[in-house]
Design a protein around this ligand. Structure first.
Ligand code: B4P
Length: 193
């Protein structure tokens, strides 16, 4: 199964994608995690991305697409994947279409996680306190939400226009949201306990 998970910063994409990976046995491909790994490793790409991420802006489409293509070629993605954090603008959505057409692996589902803005701030403030991620400070979060409204929200319309979008309420416990996503995928959630 090949899935795109859309949603604002703090909407729970990363959290739910990790659960979906377990539930569906597909790869979790987070462009944010891939970029943070490059930053941590101090690569040239990571050095270029660091300041951009800390300013709450988007890293260049070209860099992210190259990283994504390499990641989709890894063995765990052969069974399918959940894209978390990609595409983040309409140019990326078009590039993804072209890439997946070339690979002969079109998308099966596009899920949008809906969460209101006040709750996004609370969640990211919680993560700032717990994990100290440098782009979770209030000023950068405001900038990330602006970038989301300007550049990423049109991606929702891009998929909605072709009738491919399913909207899921992202407010509730992590398990409740997971159940809603699984229902939107036509699956039943099975969990231990
Ligand atoms: P990302 O890593 O994608 O960060 P994010 O949008 O904040 O989402 P994330 O997945 O981490 O958070 P989640 O909502 O799960 O991007 C970071 C930066 O990388 C971007 O700003 C950009 O610079 C760069 N980047 C990434 N992809 C790019 C691309 N394609 N092109 C260009 N640049 C790119 O969770 C947030 C918090 O909410 C967590 O603390 C979590 O525990 C909590 N939470 C989740 N679900 C909850 C629930 N149901 N109830 C309560 N709390 C919940």
């Amino acid at each position: 199964m090949r899935i795109v998970l859309l949603g604002a910063p703090g909407s729970g994409k990363g959290t739910q994608a990790a659960r979906l990976r377990e539930a569906l046995g597909v790869a979790h491909v987070s462009t944010g995690d891939l970029l943070r790994a490059q930053v941590a490793a101090g690569t040239e790409l990571g050095r270029a991305a660091k300041a951009v991420m800390e300013a709450g802006q988007l890293v260049s489409d070209e860099i992210v697409l190259g990283m994504l293509e390499a990641r989709l070629g890894e063995p765990d993605a052969a069974a399918g994947f959940i894209l978390d954090g990609y595409p983040r603008n309409v140019a990326q959505a078009r590039a993804l279409d072209a890439l997946l057409a070339r690979l002969g692996r079109p998308l099966d589902h596009v899920i949008q996680l809906d969460v209101d803005e006040a709750l996004l701030f609370d969640r990211l403030a919680g993560r700032a306190a717990a994990e100290g991620r440098r782009d979770d400070n209030p000023e950068t979060v405001r900038q990330r939400l602006r970038v989301y409204a300007e550049q990423t929200a049109p991606v929702i319309d891009f998929y909605a226009a072709r009738g491919a979008l399913k909207r899921v309420d992202g407010v509730g416990t992590i398990d409740e949201v997971l159940d809603r996503i699984m229902a939107a995928l036509g699956k039943t959630a099975v969990r231990a306990g």
